[in-house]
Design a binder for this molecule. Structure first.
Ligand code: AOS
Ligand code: ZN
Ligand code: ZN
Length: 388
């Protein structure tokens, strides 16, 4: 059993970043289901994120998405967040929702489109300056649908050029994370399809470029914890977009489809102490809550990450190393599984009480009346911009 104070310090230090778009209306490509009380602007998204943080104590930052969260005064938005007890996290760029991007953004064959896309990335860094955010998150929908449609190699050159220009604009203490995705919206090639492509570009750029792993962006059966271990060793893991998948980029609540996978990922993180804020790994949620109520779903997701981290912290690493060293396969596996099967919920509940919080954040939310208040006060809530 690991040392109790290390476990509690690890849990108290863990910060899960919630996404502004997860508080807004979303849907599938078939239908957006509107919910009562969803935020009408970025300020109200931050209000909801602050509720999640107050109840869980584990969601201190909220990611923004530009242009979905465009405002006139970013300093005011950052101050609003601060007043609510949260901070602005990663700035997510959007170079996929414009007719100009039909053939790609930074990889487009058209130099005018590439310029427009790169300018947007630079604008996102301006917004980082204004909000105090230290992280730019890049995801490119770029790719091709048909063999011969464009030069795979030329597109890599264009990508590298845009990334170089963006990297050069980063200020002190700022970094950029490059996300990869196996397929969708393009089906023949994606220009950043896997962690290897992202890693290679980040390596070329320098230490302030790192890979972000969206857990829903892999082929079925991919061993994600292997990627985590590899990137951590190479100091190239910048963070996660956590979510669950059954088939594709489902964006379901993290830990819902495969809690064991989340445990295995958090074990790789915890085993090298990368769960602490000082390690700088961004534990972000990238999810859409299409049919379930948003704030409780986000509370559930934050708790799922917290629970799997607590289980990983419970793992007896000394015993595991001894079993591994002596080649005792069954003992090593049992130690690993014992940690996974440990029910950490009572321990987490008492920690919350010690910290002056309700031991059951979900029940506390339902009792709080917040859902009823926002449903009454907010009419015509925003669509996230996703799945329209
Ligand atoms: C898209 O599939 C990705 O997961 C991106 O992270 C995307 O930009 C995000 O869902 C919304 O910003
Ligand atoms: Zn993502
Ligand atoms: Zn995705």
């Amino acid at each position: 059993m690991s040392d109790h104070s290390a476990i509690t310090a690890g849990i108290r230090g863990l910060g899960v970043e919630t996404a502004s778009w997860a508080y807004a209306n979303s849907g599938t490509r078939f239908k957006v289901f509107a919910q009562p009380g969803v935020p009408r602007d970025p300020f109200e998204k931050i209000d909801d994120a602050a509720v999640v943080h107050r109840l869980t104590g584990a969601a201190p930052t909220v990611a923004l998405h530009i242009p979905w969260d465009k405002v006139d005064d970013y300093d005011r938005l950052a101050k609003h967040a601060e007043a609510q007890g949260v901070r602005i996290g990663a700035i997510n760029s959007n170079v996929f929702q414009d007719d100009d991007y039909k053939l790609g953004s930074v990889c487009s064959p058209d130099p005018v489109v590439r310029r427009k896309a790169t300018d947007h990335l630079l604008e996102c860094i301006d917004i980082m300056d204004a909000t105090g955010s230290d992280t730019l998150k890049l995801w490119f929908a770029d790719g091709t649908n048909y063999p011969g449609q464009d030069s795979i190699r030329a597109r890599q050159d264009r990508l590298a050029e845009a990334l170089r220009e963006t990297y050069a604009r980063l200020g002190d203490g700022q970094r950029m994370l490059l996300e990869y995705k196996l397929f969708e919206p393009s089906f023949y090639t994606m220009d950043v399809p896997d962690w290897g492509t992202s890693y290679a570009h980040c390596l070329e750029l320098g230490p302030r470029a790192q890979v972000v792993i969206d857990t829903g962006h892999h082929a079925p059966g991919t061993n994600i914890e292997f990627i985590v271990a590899f990137l951590l060793r190479a100091h190239k893991l910048g963070g996660f977009d956590f979510n669950s998948r059954f088939y594709a980029d489902d964006d379901l609540m993290v830990g819902a489809a495969d809690p064991f996978q989340l445990f295995r990922i958090m074990h790789e993180i915890v085993s090298v102490g990368a769960h602490t804020p000082q390690a700088g790994i961004a534990f972000m949620l990238d999810q859409c809550h299409n049919i379930e109520a948003k704030i409780p779903a986000i509370i559930r997701s934050v708790l799922n990450v917290q629970e799997m981290t607590a289980k990983a912290l419970m793992l007896d690493n000394t015993a595991l190393a001894a079993a591994q060293g002596s080649g005792d396969v069954l003992a090593a596996n049992q130690i690993f599984m014992d940690a996974f099967y440990t029910d950490v919920r009572p321990m987490l509940a008492s920690l919350r009480e010690e910290d002056g919080r309700d031991p059951d954040p979900m029940a506390a939310y339902h009792r709080s009346g917040y859902a009823e208040t926002i449903a009454a006060e907010r009419a015509g809530g925003e669509q996230a911009g996703w799945g329209a």
